[in-house]
Design a protein around this ligand. Sequence first.
Ligand code: FAD
Length: 461
Amino acid sequence: KPLLKNQEHILVIGAGLCGSLLALRMAQRGYKVTLMEKRPDLRKEIVDSGRSINLAFSDRGMKGLRLAGLEEQVLPLCIPMNGRMIHNTAGELFMSPYSGRNEYINSISREDLNIMLLDECDKMPDITMLFNQKCTGVALETGEATFEDYKTQQTTTYKADVVMGADGVGSALRKSMLDHRKFLFSYGQDFLTHGYKELSFPPGADGGFLVAKNALHIWPRGKDMMIALPNLDGSFTVTLFLSWEEGKDSFESLNTDAAVLDYFEREFPDALELMPDLLKEFKENPTSPLGTIKCAPWHAYGKVLLLGDAAHGIVPFYGQGMNSAFEDIDVLDKYLNKYEGDWEAVFKAYQNERKEDTDAIADLAVDNFHEMKAHTARPIFQEKRKLEIAFEEAFPKEYFSKYALVTFREDLRYSEAMRRGRVQDKAILNLIHDGKFTESMSLHEKLDLVKLETRKMLHDD
Ligand code: FAD
């Protein structure tokens, strides 16, 4: 359907992943867009975003890019990861595929993806991009947003028909909504006891990968965990998730080279061999917090709207923060198709559907923190995964694990994926624990048992 040529002016705050795709889509719909970013243009200057270097990119994110016609462009930036490669302390490996249907997620560089999106924005005559412009506040009722130029400190106010805040976890628009005090604004921020630090494995001498390329590597250690995602140049970005101060090993206690080395020798000996710069990186790279942000409403006066991390910051353990931000744009687009011309109606319908789903993925991501650091190493969990993969291979249309429901079923809302997935997980674990799967049973009989138990539990729910 041809899109309306609509010359209303939208101001998007934040040219990160969500903001740049949002600006592009709004311009494709015919709006005039101004995209404002506090950092310099990362295509011209080296910018330390302070955020993860690479990300797991999967189907829901692709849905957002497809909407903007970017599916082909993004593929060369992707490294497929077919499963979790689990490393134990003896250096033994266990590959746990993400799916029995050959589904996979991708490792992608945040910077490359952001550059690709900014380049696409550049091609649109109706998008104006301004960098080094830090939003300091938004007048919600009038749609006036004030920016301070990072270099000159000069302050400018822009007025737009609609202001969209895609300015991340520290959102200036969200702060203006919190400070506004003319309507009830709920806001909650929950930090994990763990923080994270990025480290790396360099590429091999021949530019190859020093551990398997097509996997997300995990060193689950019960209380803490390390992961590694591949980069196109043969290196891996390694992320250590460790408690801030609790327990024997923490960011607080690892305060000397000897303590860091002792910890890595004990917990990650196979990884240590691949980390020539460990001590330097451990000292120089920041340790950052991990938190969940929930707030409501996301919109006010039919004038302003929050999207992406600004509306729903989540912990990274389902690899869904960016993916859900891109899916936001797909959902918004659906309601624009329905109610275009009435921003209040669009925003209300959007939040009505979307809030329940982003709350769900926020909770699932916290669950997965515990699952990844502890459960992936447990025999019962590995038995469950083996059975699930066998179900998915043999009956690809009948069985979807919780992970598959969340990650690969882009047609299913997060809230529904959570409801079904949680119950199904509990059902299988109970059946394994109670010894209900016997040797003589066929795989389909086992699947029937899981379905029956799941149905019963969903009904009781
Ligand atoms: P951001 O990427 O934070 O972008 C916000 C933009 O707004 C930035 O460019 C910022 O400079 C700009 N800005 C901020 N304030 C202002 C202001 N006042 N004025 C103007 N501009 C402003 N997600 C996944 O899908 N998969 C993963 O594997 C994954 N791994 C992660 C690992 C870690 C360690 C972390 C921390 C996050 C991870 N995420 C992952 C989440 C993902 O990074 C975010 O969900 C995603 O970046 C959200 O995009 P955004 O555009 O909403 O916010």
